[in-house]
Design a binder for this molecule. Structure first.
Ligand code: FAD
Length: 455
């Protein structure tokens, strides 16, 4: 019996599992969180009795469908909840479940590991009370808690508006929603955004709902810093008209959208190329998600595409796996799925232009700003290393010299900003700054879990 393993229990992983089950296989589905559903369709603990209809809004039907699909698969898959895959080596996954180390050998692997927040350093961003946008949303959806009582949503991405609206509906007072991209950028991206009119309409609706609720939405702002002595007290910005403003608050949800979680893909052998639209290094793969020897990628973990693209790409990856194993697969179903994924990813390219990553903000960061939260490395220390005689010009060397990206998060959060700082200081194109190479463990694990690893 061939061991087929899926990592990730979001829409991509669940849909991949259902295709494999339909073909008579019993895949192992490994999922870091206890409950399946992934990030967008995250299921809160049952004891919280949160109102899913109100939280999910127009997506409540899709939420229910995905969770029903997963429930129908439970008996036919080997589900391993609460299990983190922290390393991949020689076709073996290294796992940690409740602190206990384990291994799962595989013959074929589908990685559907989803996305995480994309952040940019900012003076004061390490103060207690500052959360990433996605983190703020997870706390609400997972724990039913608010990050504060008077909150500024700051940064850029559709998640900025969605999360602000969800917080508003949950009773939080929203001091302001501050978008760093101007409305003109969104208008310019309309052609690509029209690739998914339904999602576009949802975005417009979120914004309209915020206006109707009397919440201030500020476009084209430049963040200057987050103030506070021991906790967040306010946010300083220059608004789109060039006016300096300070907005009082006791919490900030801060972020610039999402980036794929590609660490396991790299450890499993995927190669990467730089994507200038997203300004990110993304894994190379074919239209169905083939990324290496018996390695398949699906969902936001390969390209940000949203939940519908994640489901369709999960099905494609599973069909590709079946085809490569010489098992029957319905070739006629593939073309519509490919078109769907292509269309939705085109929409995401539009979003990348409409809610652009703040390149200028990286260049203007004051030296004393902390760039790497885990190792407390400042932007000035990075610049000093780059400007030293024979200083490095590539991020992995900068990491070795400054320890930026060497801490618990392994550069998952500071990595994209580090690339910008290096490119700007060296006057080179961003692609020439390179990308941080991934190493196991991809997330923090108990020391004994690594010690128990078989040699
Ligand atoms: C914080 C956050 C909030 C979001 N909120 C929304 C939202 O409200 N609405 C919306 O439309 N979209 C939202 N998105 C985007 C949304 O995640 C996707 O479009 C969609 O869920 C992607 O599906 P997926 O299956 O590719 O990944 P996900 O749904 O992210 O699922 C990935 C799964 O893989 C698991 N996993 C990851 N790494 C490992 C590992 N090393 N070992 C084991 N398991 C692992 C995770 O626990 C997760 O269950 C959010 C994304 C993030 C990161």
């Amino acid at each position: 019996m061939r061991n087929v393993v899926i990592v990730g229990g979001g829409p991509a992983g669940i849909r991949a599992a259902s295709v494999l089950v339909g073909a008579g296989l019993k895949p192992i589905l490994v999922n870091e969180t206890r409950q399946a559903g992934g990030q967008g369709y995250r299921a809160p603990a049952k004891s919280l009795a949160l109102d899913i209809k109100s939280l999910m809004g127009s997506e409540a039907g899709k939420y229910q469908r995905l969770h029903s699909l997963f429930a129908s698969l439970q008996e036919q898959i080997d589900y391993r909840p609460g299990t983190l895959v922290w390393g991949v080596h020689d076709k073996v996954l290294h796992t940690s479940c409740d602190g206990v180390a384990g291994t799962i050998p595989y013959d074929a692997l589908i990685l559907a590991t989803g996305a995480t927040d994309r952040t940019m350093p900012l003076p004061g961003w390490t103060l207690p009370g500052v959360f990433t946008l996605g983190g703020a949303q997870v706390i609400l959806k997972d724990q039913g808690c608010l990050i504060g009582s008077r909150i500024v949503f700051l940064g850029s991405s559709p998640l900025l508006f969605l999360a602000a609206l969800q917080y508003h509906k949950s009773g939080a007072s929203i001091a302001a929603v501050v978008d760093t991209t101007p409305l003109s950028a969104k208008r310019a991206a309309l052609r690509d955004l029209a690739a998914s009119p339904r999602t576009l309409a949802r975005g417009v609706m979120y914004r309209a709902a915020l206006h109707m609720a009397g919440i201030a939405v500020i476009d084209g702002a430049t963040p200057r810093g987050i103030d506070g002595k021991t906790h967040v007290e306010g946010v300083r910005i220059t608004d789109g008209r060039g006016r300096e403003r300070r907005i009082s608050c006791n919490a900030v949800a801060y972020g610039y959208g999402l980036k794929p979680e590609t660490q396991l893909a790299e450890l499993a052998g995927a190669r990467f190329q730089f994507d200038p639209d997203f300004r990110l290094w993304l894994p190379e793969m074919d239209a169905d998600g083939r990324a290496g020897d018996n390695l398949y990628l699906a969902g936001d973990g390969s390209r940000i595409g949203g939940a519908d693209a994640a489901e369709a790409s999960g099905a494609l990856a599973a069909h590709a796996l079946l085809a490569d194993m010489g098992l029957p697969h319905p070739a006629s179903e593939l073309e519509p799925l490919r078109r769907e994924v292509e269309r939705l990813r085109r929409f995401q390219r539009g979003l990348a232009k409409a809610f652009a990553w703040p390149v200028a903000q990286a260049a203007a960061l004051p030296d004393e700003t902390i760039a790497c939260r885990c190792e407390a490395v400042t932007v000035g220390e990075i610049r000093a290393a780059l400007h030293a005689p024979l200083g490095p010009r590539e991020v992995n060397r900068v990491k070795a010299i400054t320890r930026c990206g060497m801490g618990r998060c392994q550069g998952r959060f500071c990595g994209p900003a580090l690339q910008e700082i290096v490119a700007e200081a060296c006057g080179t194109p961003i692609a020439d700054a390179g990308r941080l190479r991934m190493q196991a463990p991809v997330k923090p694990i108990p020391l004994h879990a690594a010690a128990e690893m078989e040699p």
